[in-house]
Design a binder for this molecule. Structure first.
Ligand SMILES: NC(=O)c1ccc[n+]([C@@H]2O[C@H](COP(=O)([O-])OP(=O)(O)OC[C@H]3O[C@@H](n4cnc5c(N)ncnc54)[C@H](O)[C@@H]3O)[C@@H](O)[C@H]2O)c1
Ligand SMILES: O=C(O)C[C@H](O)C(=O)O
Length: 313
């Protein structure tokens, strides 16, 4: 299996590293626009192979998409990260240009690839990659839900003093302040979380999760990469190993949850064909309302992208 990761910065290099040391692919191609940057990161990861004992070949290139030809999966992480004081949506005009040009190059050399978008604003960059690629919606998706759910699970594990391995959760909606954590579907070793934690603490954890990306931007001056890079690699693994894992993934909705034409995180089954199935949960009225707010926000940012593209045309 061959996997390309575009953008050899913090998230891209972390993703490539996880793909290599966990031997998720035979070959990982790292692409960046900065001369020598991807080559250096790929070489460093390859030189770690004798220490960490893996044989995945890592190759770096500067903008040479011919080396990505025949990739089974492509992860797009190229683009600016936000700085303190910015929202993810502030990145739209720069990152849309980058994601759209990268996608054109990707489909030219790997027309059968499955594309996983990571660049922000996530839901709208997934839209940008999808319309540029002209691939079926099952093959162009965004990574955010695994990350947001992981933050929620990590905070819960800390509060309950249990292993994060035993916390199962699902979260829906856009990747932003309007994301929709679903405590009703959260369990700890099979026990509903609501039986183990008081409402006030749970609500505080939900709020912290919503602001999880911003918390790290404030601490580090740029956005997170270890958890995001690993989350993208986990999606690649589910696809290349046809694991049929159940994850929250951003995809274009076409009638599911009563929503049409908007890109939102929903639980899906992820396997060799990409999104094998979208799972439709029976949401209660409060959850439906939260999802509707999230839909409205993502739709507005999608329209902003349409306006940017129309102005360029
Ligand atoms: N979806 C998520 O949950 C999530 C999580 C973390 C970060 N992100 C987003 O991922 C993106 C990358 O974050 P980062 O921390 O890795 O940033 P970074 O600045 O460390 O890396 C980005 C890389 O993209 C490269 N790049 C820019 N234009 C390019 C092009 N046209 N072709 C190839 N490479 C190009 C840059 O040279 C840089 O090396 C940001 O948009 C960030 O907001 C999303
Ligand atoms: O917060 C960001 O800007 C990056 C990413 O979306 C995250 O949630 O870590």
């Amino acid at each position: 299996m061959k996997v390309t990761v575009v953008g050899a910065g913090n998230v891209g290099a972390t993703c490539a590293d996880v793909l290599a040391y966990r031997e998720i692919a035979n070959e990982v191609v790292l692409v960046d626009i900065k001369e020598g940057f991807a080559e250096g990161k790929a070489l460093d990861i390859w030189q770690k192979a004798p220490i960490n004992l893996y044989d995945t070949r890592t190759v770096g290139v500067t903008n040479d998409y011919s080396k990505t030809a025949g990739s089974d999966v492509v992860v797009i992480t190229s683009g600016l990260p936000r700085k303190p004081g910015m929202t993810r949506d502030d990145l739209i005009s720069t990152n849309a240009g980058i994601v759209q040009s990268v996608t054109e190059n990707i489909v030219k050399y790997s027309p059968d690839a499955i594309i996983i978008v990571v660049s922000n604003p996530l839901d709208v960059m997934t839209y940008a990659a999808h319309i540029t690629s002209k691939l079926p919606r099952t093959r162009v998706m965004g990574m955010a839900g695994i990350l947001d759910t992981a933050r929620y699970r990590a905070f819960l594990a800390e509060a309950l003093n249990v292993s994060p391995k035993d916390i199962q959760a699902v979260l829906m909606g856009g990747h932003g302040d309007t994301m929709v954590p679903l405590p009703r579907y959260t369990t700890v070793g099979g026990i509903p979380v609501t039986e183990l934690i008081d409402e006030e603490t749970l609500n505080a954890i939900v709020e912290r999760t919503k602001n999880g990306g911003g918390e790290l931007v404030k601490l580090m001056g740029t956005s997170a990469w270890y958890a995001p890079g690993s989350a993208a690699a986990q999606m690649v693994e589910a696809i290349v190993r046809d694991q049929r894992r159940v994850f929250p993934v951003c995809v274009k909705l076409e009638g599911e949850y009563g929503i049409d034409g908007v890109y939102l995180g929903v639980p899906v089954i992820l396997g060799k064909n990409g999104i094998e199935k979208i799972i439709e949960l029976q949401l209660n009225e409060d959850e439906k309302q939260l999802l509707e707010t999230s839909r409205g926000h993502v739709k507005e940012v999608m329209e902003a992208l349409d306006n940017i593209n129309a102005a360029k045309a």
